[in-house]
Design a binder for this molecule. Sequence first.
Ligand code: FES
Length: 150
Amino acid sequence: MTDTPSCPSPAPPPVWQPIMPSDDLLPGTVCGIRHLGYPIVLWRDSQDKIHAAEDRCPHKGLRLSLGFVRENDLTCPHHGWRFSSDGHCSLIPAQPDQTPSHSICIKTYPIRDHEGLIWIANFMGNGAETVSACNLPFPIKPEEIPITCS
Ligand code: FES
C-alpha cells in the first residue's frame, strides 16, 4: 500500500481593498497608514509606481514612513538604509562599497493604483506573513497565487 500525498488547500485569493485616494501620494513621497492593525508604509517612485511594505526598519525598528525616497528606494531617516521595491536592502551608507546581505529585507505587500484609488491585497490573517520580499516575487497578481495541486 502506498501513501497518497496529501493535497494542501490552495491559498485563498486576496481581497483587494481601497486604502486612500491615489492623488494623495505624490511622486517621491512616503506615507504611513494602518491597515487592519498592520503598520504599512507606502511610497511612490519617480516612475509613478506605488509600493507598500511593513512600516518598520529591520535595523533598529524605526518607522520607515518617517523616511523619504532616494533613487526610487525607500530610505530610512535614521541611518539611511535603502530598500528597493522588492523589499531588499539596496544600500547601507556606512558601507557604501559593500552589497547588503540578501537577508536584510522588509515585508512587502501587493498594491495597485486603479480608478483613482490605491488598493492593497488583503492577505492579513490568511497568510500575509508569507507575502514577503524574502520568499515571493513582487508584485503578486491574484491569478499568480501558487496552487500546489492540480
Ligand atoms: S534604524 Fe533604519 S537605518 Fe538604522
